[in-house]
Design a protein around this ligand. Structure first.
Ligand code: GAL
Length: 811
């Protein structure tokens, strides 16, 4: 009896010890308490230096977003061949005019407790802008030139056996290295992984679903491991944590162990139902648990055929996609999940189902959200290969680094079900000539070797050249950038049997700005450096949305489009590349603040097939235009509507084949402006009035309306709420021309993070709590504080306006 009691006690202690033993792998976020300087301090890589002159920052961090805007920063005197320019001109805001050029150093101390000889430590960067050189305890551990590349180093042998270690990262951005604002610094997350020497290799597991039927899916898990005589155990769980399948294997070929598991009645992943599963993997040597990893994946099938185009889970699916640059407007390039989620939420409501990460590797956060929210993803790699677009661009690194960068892209992201296609390049000058064809094939084969499950595209703008040289013919997916007039010919000449609009439209507009007379135009410019929101203006190489819609609708072999772009971005202020102070793009469907432009509703009327769209433009505040022709456009999913000015009918318009515009928009071209009310009544197919929308001429700015996209956020020091501030008249009508200077104060459990009004010519700084409204609106971003729950209050004031206040919660 006594013996039994003793045994029970020993067993319980043993069990306690087992359960208390630390997990075999520890992942730490290196996010807080970095030191940063813009000085190129020699010896910064050495430990024990003073902190004088260094500021404390947290990572992700973008050192350039705090400005000031300066036309001299990276002023590029260039001839942009892809824009069909004939002479070199001085381009001021091309890379955003923010101070990203030069050197920046980051330092951080960290400890690795219990670093026994059976452990190894990896330092993982999701990207670092750019030309990273990484030092640990004064010794260089490695470098990575491409700012968008994911990379890691095994730093085990550089670590101190006891006490603190010093990590130092030197970054440098050259001028003439980018065509848009690249951001600067450690703009994506940095992690330290400490694990056993016997462990899963980093990014070493590839999960695929090579067989799917209604009853069953085969899940294949291929894990590369460090170590011999090991066993991998896998459990598959659904999103609710229910165990679905398990298996184990110790059969090792080289460094790989493969497991096959079955899921019965699999819940497939797709934009409508983004079902996800989790593979919990454990690595044993004998009875000892050496490593564990949980990898999320989806069960989904993709194919691209001449007969059916793109099939997702057996269903023909067209890409209703947008291209996105990586910057998050007023936050710069510093990655933030809440900011990305807001973008995707806005796009989802528009009916968008796909994202192209132009023209580089996406952030992990963006891919995770696309998996969860149901977006198809085209993951791109490069804007340049060996031939330059900009003197100091990726061409400097291509020969040495391209393969390594592609391998890391594929290995780090291949388990994301959202990725349905890779892109090895965008409009690379190597489209010309036979060497370029060989390069295209070489890169495509690297993608195939690393991931046999997904096809590869290139965004091609030199379509004639690629038809001649064979460049387009060898691509898995021929992607055309613009060139709507060449789709037919490319379809005939290329062997694939389908065409992707890898980049489309490049229509330009400024939110809430309208120009008269209303007529289509290319490269139009105005004295105020804005573009008209009648959505009829594009560049010499580009077109308006309707021209793409025609191809998408009439040609079954066009498998979809990726519109340039979903949101405005910093830099590339075409058609004002040469005009200061333009410093951000006009291409966005939404502006830099994330506010929808009119075009948003044109896409929504087509892409969102579930909800009603009835949007009228322009605004109805045209002092000085009384009696003048002021055309009215309506973007709607309905085929016809009647328009009224102050109750007087302006007639019924039907969508028609008269022109591409008439097919997708309702347009009243002869309306004469009278202040008052503008009302549209839409009809269903039977001619019954089913919806109406009315806007009014607003009086003087009187007060402010505040609306938060989220009223409860996480108290984690990262989460964000975006508050749209609208200047309204006494009766609550938005004042579409208001430019009031507004001031913000934030109190409670949060802080003011940024403000943006969407004006591409504004030089006010995003992080200062004051800004002018643009077209009557702006957006304030609030951020929670770490571990501080409670109310966050925002107060907005403006001269002559009644102040407004709004509170949200952090919990
Ligand atoms: C494309 C290019 C994009 C952007 C766009 C503007 O040719 O791929 O990066 O420059 O033009 O229209």
């Amino acid at each position: 009896m006594k013996l039994l009691t003793h045994l029970t006690i020993i067993l319980s202690i043993w069990l306690m010890l087992c359960s208390a033993s630390p997990p075999p792998r520890q992942v730490s976020q290196l996010d807080a308490n970095w030191q940063f300087t813009r000085e190129d301090v020699s010896g910064a890589e050495q430990p024990g230096l003073s902190t004088a002159g260094w500021e404390t920052v947290s990572v992700p961090h973008d050192w350039a977003i705090y400005g000031p805007f300066d036309p001299e920063v990276d002023k590029q005197t260039v001839l942009i061949t892809q824009n069909k320019e004939k002479v070199a001109t001085e381009k001021t805001g091309r890379t955003g005019a923010l101070p990203h050029i030069g050197v920046g150093w980051y330092r951080k101390t960290f400890a690795v407790p219990d670093l026994t000889s059976d452990k190894k430590a990896l330092l993982v960067f999701d990207g670092a802008m750019s030309e990273a050189q990484v030092y640990v305890n004064g010794q260089k551990v490695g470098e990575r030139p491409y700012g968008y590349s994911y990379f890691y180093f095994d730093i085990t042998n550089y670590l101190n056996k006891e006490g603190e270690n010093l990590l130092a990262v030197r970054l440098e951005n050259q001028s003439f290295a980018s065509r848009w604002y690249p951001g600067a610094g450690l703009y994506r997350k940095v992690q330290l992984i400490v694990k056993d020497q016997v462990s899963f290799k980093h990014w070493g597991t590839f999960i695929t679903t090579p067989f799917i039927s209604d009853d069953q899916a085969k899940v294949q898990i291929q894990s590369r491991v460090n170590g011999k005589d090991v066993r991998v155990e896998a459990q598959i769980k659904d999103a609710a944590g229910k165990l679905i399948a398990s298996n184990a294997s110790s059969q090792q070929f080289g460094d790989e162990i493969e497991l096959n598991l079955g899921i019965s009645s699999p819940q497939l992943w797709g934009p409508e139902h983004p079902n996800l599963y989790y593979a919990e993997l454990k690595l044993y040597q004998g009875n000892e648990l050496k490593d564990e990893e949980t990898i999320r994946f989806g069960v989904r099938e993709i194919s691209y055929t001449a007969e059916h185009g793109f099939l997702l889970n057996g269903e023909s699916t067209k890409f209703r996609g947008v291209c996105l640059h990586h910057d998050l407007g007023p936050l710069g390039a510093a990655v933030n999940t809440a900011a990305l989620r807001r973008q995707l939420t806005i796009l989802k409501d528009m009916g968008c189902n796909a994202i192209r990460s132009s023209h580089n590797m996406p952030s992990m956060e963006q891919l995770e959200l696309c998996d969860e929210m149901g977006f198809l993803f085209l993951a791109e790699s490069f804007d340049e290969w060996a031939k330059p677009k900009v003197k100091n661009g990726y061409n400097r690194f291509f020969d040495v680094w391209a393969e390594k960068d592609v391998v890391n892209l594929v290995h780090a992201t291949r388990n994301h079900p959202s990725i349905v296609m890779w892109s090895s390049g965008n409009e690379v000058p190597d489209q010309h000539g036979s060497v370029g064809v060989k390069r295209a094939k070489w890169l495509q084969e690297i993608f195939h070797r690393e991931d046999p499950t997904r096809p590869v595209t290139v965004g091609m703008d030199q379509v004639n050249a690629t038809m001649k040289s064979g460049f387009g013919a060898i691509m898995d997916i021929p992607g055309l950038n613009y060139r709507v007039h060449l789709y037919e010919e490319a379809y005939e000449r290329f062997p694939q049997g389908f065409i992707l609009g890898s980049e489309t439209a490049s229509t330009v507009s400024s939110r809430g700005i309208y120009k008269f007379p209303v007529e289509p135009g290319k490269n139009k410019t105005y004295d105020d450096l804005q573009c008209s929101s009648y959505d009829l203006e594009a560049c010499s190489w580009s077109n308006v949305p309707d021209d793409d819609f025609v191809l998408q609708d009439d040609k079954p072999w066009v498998i979809g489009e990726f519109v340039w772009t979903g949101f405005d971005y910093l830099g590339e202020p075409t058609p004002y590349d040469e005009a200061w102070p333009s410093r951000s793009s006009y291409f966005g469907i939404c502006d830099l603040a994330g506010l929808p432009k009119d075009r948003y509703y044109l896409y929504r009327s087509r892409w969102n097939t579930k909800d009603e769209t009835l949007h009228v433009l322009p605004h109805w505040n045209w002092e000085g235009r009384k009696g003048q022709v002021t055309p009215v456009f309506v973007y709607t999913n309905y085929d016809s509507a009647e328009l009224f000015v102050n109750g007087v009918s302006q007639g019924i318009q039907h969508k028609s084949r008269e022109s591409n515009q008439h097919r997708y928009r309702l347009m009243w071209m002869d309306v004469r402006y009278e202040p008052g009310s503008l009302k549209v009544v839409a009809f269903d197919k039977a001619g019954n009035p089913v919806a109406e929308k009315e806007i009014h001429t607003a009086g003087k700015p009187h007060h402010l309306e505040l609306e938060a996209d989220r009223t409860v956020i996480d108290a984690d020091g990262k989460d964000l709420s975006y508050v749209t501030v609208t200047v309204v008249d006494r009766n609550g009508n938005p004042c579409p021309n208001a430019t009031n200077q507004l001031n913000f104060s934030v109190s409670g459990a949060g802080k003011f993070r940024a403000v943006c009004n969407g004006d591409a010519t504004s030089l006010e700084l995003f992080h200062k709590p004051t800004m002018q409204a643009f077209s009557g609106k702006l957006v304030v971003t609030l951020q929670s504080l770490k571990d501080e729950a409670g109310e966050i209050s925002l107060k907005v004031k403006g001269k002559g306006l009644k102040a407004a206040e709004l509170s949200i919660k952090a919990e």
